[in-house]
Structures are given as C-alpha cells and as structure tokens.
Design a protein around this ligand. Structure first.
Ligand SMILES: [Zn+2]
Length: 84
C-alpha cells in the first residue's frame, strides 16, 4: 500500500485527493494477462512533486523520478543550436 510520496526527499503522507498514482505491473505483459497473481506496485507522487517530477520507466523493474523541466527540455531542440 502507498504510504508516502515516492520522492524520498519529500515523503509527504499519502493523500488520494492530490498528486498522481501510477500502477506498475512488474511481470511481462503476457504474464499480466494470465490469471496468476502478478506483482503490481503502486507509486504515488504528492501534488507538489507531481508538478516537479515525472515518472520515468528505466525498465520494467525500475521506476525513476525525473524532473518535469528536464523531461520537457529534452523534447525540444535548443534554439541556440541553430544560431551557429
Ligand atoms: Zn512529494
């Protein structure tokens, strides 16, 4: 069960009214479709952290936090790059 914000620097107590919850199935997609019990983990970012961070899937076993600014800046090419 979720108890705290998954940002270890924050650790705000869980509040379902704010923030963002992600559900991660740690099994392969094919395994997820079976009736077998499969490990599902829930992660929660508090309202404050969900504005600052986005979840980044490193692999199906790892979940990483990434700053939203960093994620946004990687999507667009820097304007100064074409100035040369
Ligand atoms: Zn937080």
């Amino acid at each position: 069960m979720i108890t705290n914000c998954c940002n270890s620097d924050c650790s705000a107590p869980f509040d379902f009214r704010q923030g963002r919850i992600v559900r991660i199935c740690k099994a392969l997609p094919s395994e997820c479709n079976s009736n077998m019990e499969h490990p599902i983990e829930h992660f929660w970012l508090c309202g404050k952290c969900s504005e600052i961070y986005v979840f980044e899937y490193e692999s199906r076993l790892n979940l990483k936090l990434k700053s939203a600014n960093e994620a946004a800046s990687q999507k667009k090419t820097p304007e100064f790059a074409s100035a040369a």
